[in-house]
Ligand binder design. Structure first.
Ligand SMILES: [Ca+2]
Ligand SMILES: [Ca+2]
Length: 99
């Protein structure tokens, strides 16, 4: 009968939902997930800076991401007025949010 299969479906849905809820609750309690989110936050968003994709970050591109000019100058080790990936990789793990 159709009624039975609908009922079964509902039961399955209920089980799935409660399982998800248990999962959702126990996840933060355990809190022993590896630090992958951390390393992602540290990785500098090169693509975000190098908007014209010429493999260098110009002062304009740095300014567009609110990188302070002191930071830019400190990172520009060879003083050619732009940052290559090597120079940029030495950037502090602060991503253009202002502070
Ligand atoms: Ca560029
Ligand atoms: Ca440079």
């Amino acid at each position: 009968m159709n009624c039975v299969s609908i009922l079964k479906n509902k039961t399955v849905q209920l089980v799935l939902i409660s399982t998800a809820q248990i999962f959702g609750i126990s996840y933060p309690v355990h809190a022993e997930t590896p630090t992958e989110s951390k390393s992602q936050a540290i990785a500098p968003p090169w693509e975000l800076y190098d908007t014209d994709k010429d493999d260098y970050i110009s002062t304009e591109e740095a300014a567009a991401q609110k990188m302070p000019s002191e930071t830019f100058e400190a990172l520009d080790i060879d003083r050619d007025g732009r940052l290559n990936k090597d120079e940029f990789s030495k950037a502090p793990p602060v991503t253009g949010t202002g502070r």
